[in-house]
Design a binder for this molecule. Sequence first.
Ligand code: G
Ligand code: G
Ligand code: MN
Ligand code: NA
Length: 254
Amino acid sequence: VLLRNELQKALETNQFTVYYQPLVDAVSGKIRSVEALVRWNHPERGMVSPGDFIPLAESTGQIIPLGQWVLKHACQEIARLNENSERMLPVAVNISSLQFLREDFLANVDKALEESGLPPQFLELEVTESVLLDGAEPVIALMQSLNKRGIHVAIDDFGTGFSSLSYLRDLPTHKVKLDRSFINKTLTDRRTAAIVQGVITMAHHMDMVVVAEGIETVEEQNDLVRRNCDLLQGYRFSKPVPLEVLKALPDRLP
Ligand code: G
Ligand code: G
Ligand code: MN
Ligand code: NA
């Protein structure tokens, strides 16, 4: 397959880069953390979105070296950013279920932290509910080990997988990210609004932080603030941007 070979070449010749998207405090608009999002800077096609190559990388296994590269690179860039700034930002890295469930994952996380000097409290991992496909026990054990190091795990795209309330109860996680497919329907669909409000209330009763993804308008922002959502992320505040642009963002958005 051409793309598979291209992906291999891209890994060997460093065609990937990491963009960062801020998460802001719902009340103050202050930037609280950033999410690392990989981009493929393809020699002919330009910036290729991960939606177009992550599924391929997952099917070929190339997600393992790619995911490890993103983890290492994001830790290094954010560690350096934090060294040279009074603003200390944690970085959240998306981890494929395949990568998360590998035996060497924890060792690779430790290595990325050690090599970069990023304190573990400044790393967060985002996993989706699909990580639970083969059972919750190994996932719970790994999250406990990560938590012991001070590394938090967030449930990404929450509500789109096979969300089970018992998973939400049993996983030692501190953050849920409501998928953007809910956020852009909250204003127009009562049933969506009920789910969003219900998840926020439930998560707060479990001492979890709730993030709304895909906030694009001030109306969506106001609605989620009114519903007591903790953190907001989306084009309304900033697109994912290169490190240089991130550096220049003001402390408060928009
Ligand atoms: O940045 P964008 O919205 O195009 O990302 C599309 C999808 O790719 C999202 O679901 C996002 O979680 C995923 N993604 C982005 N970067 C990474 C990464 O480094 N690793 C993994 N596993 N997924 C990523
Ligand atoms: O699955 P995950 O949540 O990691 O995906 C994040 C993806 O969502 C990224 O590809 C990012 O580019 C995209 N994204 C971030 N903010 C917005 C937004 O406000 N609107 C839309 N449509 N996409 C967004
Ligand atoms: Mn994510
Ligand atoms: Na998401």
